[in-house]
Unconditional design. Structure first.
Length: 149
């Protein structure tokens, strides 16, 4: 799916799981799936001497450094509720993969909040078709029709 924007757009993967009736937005730029972002958790010593945990997006770390962090150091994969973080600055962490599921409207809204994008339209394409949607509501209604919701 292409989200058209001003001055630029963004590309994500829109997944429609007809078996479960769920829609997912997978955004590799943010290591993001429906409200949760995969992060690499590291422990750091603050200037005060206290130990704290920080979460780094995997895309920002060189692959060799990332491999060393996960194999030789005490780093681990954490899943951060990106939607809550974007709205409130609070990180909700899980150590199991998560993907909050809501209605297609909620899924679209969560993704827009996390990425801070305001698309002016969407193009959905597959090997069978290409279709443009001018409004979030039109896209959400189309998703619901495809999922049988």
């Amino acid at each position: 799916m292409v989200a058209h924007g001003e001055p630029e757009g963004h590309v994500v993967v829109l997944v429609l799981d007809k078996e479960t009736g769920r829609a997912y937005i997978v955004d590799p730029s943010y290591s993001y799936v429906n409200g949760w972002a995969e992060m690499i958790e590291i422990e750091v010593v603050l200037r005060t001497g206290e130990l704290d945990k920080k979460h780094l997006p995997p895309m920002s770390i060189h692959p060799h450094v990332k491999r060393a962090m996960l194999t030789q150091f005490a780093s681990r994969i954490a899943y951060v509720n990106a939607y809550v973080y974007a709205l409130e600055g609070v990180k909700v962490v899980s150590y199991e993969p998560r993907a909050e599921i809501g209605s297609p409207r909620e899924v679209i809204n969560m993704w827009k909040v996390v990425t801070n994008l305001s698309p002016v339209g969407y193009t959905v394409a597959s090997s069978d078709f290409m279709r443009y949607f001018a409004y979030d509501e039109d896209l959400a209604a189309w998703i619901e029709s495809k999922l049988g919701a």
